[in-house]
Write a protein that binds this ligand. Structure first.
Ligand code: UDP
Length: 323
């Protein structure tokens, strides 16, 4: 099959590209290299089944042309990372909403299947864990920049479902929960690569708030396997799926585990949210997916543990220059 991966040079996109190429598919990536990196797929250069186009999903002509050549589109291109969103609110909204509109509009011309990558950020600060796909959302005010990402992703989902309903476009929506692994960068805010980089440098490990907030850190390899299975399942069309793991750890526990596995003697430093992000920043205390729906449909069960994920991230960080 011919796949188009928008955001294919990014962390999750590049692993998906690898997986699809390994199983014999053809892959074109479209990436503006804002947070993605050419290096993530440089080992594929010269492969006749792989093509990279460096442009933005805001360029509707390019999107139309590339979508017309594909059998299936995985739309991952987005402004991501809590830190990045807060620092670039306008650009983030444009890319995350108009980019998706461009992809859906182009796919609608031939009825091409689209997988929209959404986020656990959809659930906002709801405390009703574990989150089921049909759960209510709870967001703070638009003045708190963090919530703009959740809002944009919700618009994307609504658009995707509307195309499904009115145009019968085959759309699948996946909500990724804290996906981690090699190639993820800390500079846009993601906690695991940040802690690993800090520990390896011997710098303080910066735990925001009191560190009791929890997350479920999934392996990108489990997530990729799950998504590829969904692609091959007709009953996934028109549906929304959480994906990730439900093994829950506090951020403080993560910091301690990173220090243990790396053998670092970095100090663990607590930093108030207002200092880390912006005044009025709101975090969610727990974020746990209900994975029942995806398990029932494709038998999805994450296989990798927190330690497996951490080891893969540490090994990767040891092999590349720090940024
Ligand atoms: N976090 C932290 N130190 C950092 C970066 C993040 O303590 O250097 C915290 C952050 O406040 C949040 C958790 O780690 O509670 C996960 O943050 P991330 O941005 O990776 O993902 P998200 O908040 O979207 O779950």
């Amino acid at each position: 099959m011919r796949f188009l991966l928008t955001g294919g040079a990014g962390f999750i996109g590049s692993h998906l590209a690898d997986h699809l190429l390994d199983r014999g598919d053809r892959v074109t990536i479209l990436d503006d290299l804002s947070t993605g990196r050419k290096e993530n797929l440089e080992h594929r250069e010269g492969d006749s089944r792989f093509r990279a186009v460096y442009d933005t999903v805001l360029n509707a002509d390019v999107v139309r042309r590339l979508v017309a050549e594909a059998d299936c589109v995985l739309h991952l291109a987005a402004a991501v990372g809590v830190k990045y969103i807060i620092e670039n609110p306008l650009h983030s909204m444009r890319v995350n909403i108009r980019g998706t509109e461009n992809v859906l509009e182009a796919a609608d011309r031939r009825g091409t299947k689209v997988v929209l990558f959404s986020s656990s950020e959809i659930y906002g600060k709801s405390a009703d864990t574990p989150f089921r796909e049909d759960a209510d959302r709870l967001l703070g005010p638009p003045t708190v920049h963090r919530w703009s990402y959740s809002t944009a992703k919700a618009v994307d989902e609504v658009l995707g479902l509307a195309y499904r309903q009115e145009r019968n476009l085959p759309v699948i929506i996946v909500r990724c929960f804290n996906t981690c692994g090699p190639r993820q960068r800390g500079r846009y805010g993601m906690v695991m690569p940040r802690f690993v980089e800090q520990a390896l440098r011997g710098d303080p490990i910066t735990v925001y708030g009191d560190g009791t907030q929890t997350r479920c850190f999934a392996s990108v390899f489990d997530v990729v396997e799950g998504i590829v299975s969904l692609l091959d399942e007709d009953r996934a069309v028109g549906e929304i799926f959480n994906i990730g793991t439900n093994e829950e750890y506090s951020v403080l526990a993560l910091a301690r585990r990173v220090r243990e596995i790396t053998g670092s003697d970095s100090e663990i430093r607590l930093i108030p949210y207002a200092e880390a992000y912006e005044e009025g920043f709101e975090d969610m205390l727990r974020r746990v997916p209900d994975l029942g729906k995806i398990r029932r449909l494709i038998g999805y069960r994450p296989k990798r543990t927190l330690d497996d994920v951490l080891r893969s991230v540490i090994e990767y960080r040891r092999t590349i220059p720090t940024t």
